[in-house]
Design a protein around this ligand. Structure first.
Ligand code: ATP
Ligand code: MG
Length: 280
C-alpha cells in the first residue's frame, strides 16, 4: 500500500500509492433506538473531487460521515473504499484505511493547550516514527500550504476563527491523506473567509488527488465547490448531482433548500433563462 519517499514534494515520509480512491455507500441504514436516522442511503463519492453532503440541520450529514469513516457502525448496508467494505473489516484493516483518512471535525477541535505547531504535529506523533526534525519540516510544509507561516508558536486562543480552520485543515492533511472528510468547515466564519477556506480545500483536493467529502449548508460552498453533491432530506438521499445540475433541477425539496430566499429563486430563474438563450 505504501510507496516510495516523495522527493518532489520535499517530504521525508512515504506517500501512499494512489489507487482510484472512490467511496461508494450502498443501502446504508442507521437508527438510534426507535429513531431512524439514515434510510437506505446509496451514493458515490468521486475520487479527486470535492464531494458535498448537504441538507438541513438534523438531516443526517454528520451521522452519514461518521458511518463512512467507521466511527459509527451501520445497522445494514455497505461502505466500500475502492470496492472493499469497511463495515466488515477487522481492526487491522480498518486501521490501514484510517491511516489514509484526514478529518476536519465540526467545530475544528484543536487542542487549546497545544501550540499551532503541536496541534498539527499530533497525528505524526501518534501514527509515525518520524524524527522530530522530520516532523517539524512536515508541519512547516503544511502550514505554508494553508498560508499560515509564523503562527507555529501561537495558541488557538490567540488566532482568528479562519486561522483556526486553516490549522485544523493543515492537521487533517499532514499525513498526506487519500481521503479528506470535513464536517462543516465554514461554520462560524464570515462569507469571505469561508470562500478562502473552500478555495484552499478545493485546490488541495485537486493538487494531491484527494477524495474529499464535505458536510455543509453553506450555499457559497455548494455553488463554488460542488463537483458532486449529495442532498440529504430526513435521512434519505433526496438528490445527487453537480452544482451545474442544481440550476436546472426540478426537485422541489432541493430547490426549497438551495433557493430558500426570493432573491435566490430569481437568480435561479435568470440563470436558466440565460442558459436557454445561449443554447437557442
Ligand atoms: N448518538 C446519537 N444518538 C441519538 N441520536 C443521534 C445521535 N447522533 C445523531 N443523532 C440524531 O440523528 C439525526 C441526524 O443528526 P446529524 O448530526 O447527522 O445531523 P446533521 O445533518 O449533521 O445536522 P447539522 O447540520 O446540525 O450538523 C438528528 O436527529 C440527531 O438528533
Ligand atoms: Mg452535522
Amino acid at each position: 500500500m505504501w510507496g516510495s519517499p516523495v522527493r518532489g514534494l520535499g517530504l521525508n515520509m512515504v506517500r501512499p500509492v494512489r489507487g482510484l480512491g472512490m467511496i461508494e455507500i450502498r443501502n446504508v441504514r442507521k437508527s438510534f433506538g426507535d429513531k431512524v436516522v439514515l434510510q437506505d442511503v446509496s451514493a458515490k463519492m468521486e475520487a479527486g473531487k470535492t464531494n458535498l453532503i448537504i441538507g438541513t440541520s438534523g438531516s443526517g450529514k454528520t451521522v452519514l460521515m461518521k458511518t463512512m469513516i467507521g466511527l459509527l457502525p451501520v445497522d445494514s448496508g455497505e461502505v466500500l473504499y475502492e470496492g472493499k467494505d469497511i463495515t466488515k473489516m477487522n481492526d487491522k484493516e480498518l486501521k490501514e484505511i484510517r491511516m489514509q483518512i484526514g478529518m476536519l471535525f465540526q467545530g475544528g477541535a484543536l487542542f487549546d493547550s497545544k501550540t499551532v505547531e503541536n496541534n498539527v504535529m499530533f497525528p505524526l506523533d501518534m501514527f509515525t516514527n518520524m524524527t522530530y526534525r522530520q516532523k517539524v519540516r512536515r508541519v512547516d510544509e503544511v502550514l505554508a500550504r494553508v498560508n499560515l507561516v509564523e503562527a507555529n508558536r501561537k495558541f488557538p486562543a490567540e488566532i482568528s476563527g479562519g486561522m483556526k480552520k486553516r490549522v485544523a485543515l493543515a492537521r487533517a492533511i499532514v499525513q498526506n491523506p487519500k481521503y479528506l472528510f470535513c464536517d462543516e468547515p465554514n461554520s462560524g466564519l464570515d462569507p469571505q473567509t469561508s470562500l478562502v477556506i473552500d478555495k484552499l480545500v478545493k485546490e488541495i483536493t485537486t493538487e494531491y488527488n484527494i477524495t474529499t467529502i464535505i458536510n455543509t449548508h453553506d450555499m457559497n460552498t455548494v455553488m463554488e465547490s460542488g463537483d458532486h453533491i449529495v442532498y440529504m432530506y430526513n435521512g434519505k438521499k433526496q438528490w445527487e448531482g453537480s452544482n451545474k445540475d442544481i440550476i436546472f433541477s426540478k426537485d422541489e425539496k432541493l430547490n426549497a433548500f438551495i433557493f430558500a430566499s426570493e432573491f435566490l429563486t430569481k437568480a435561479k430563474e435568470m440563470s436558466m433563462m440565460e442558459a436557454k438563450e445561449q443554447k437557442g
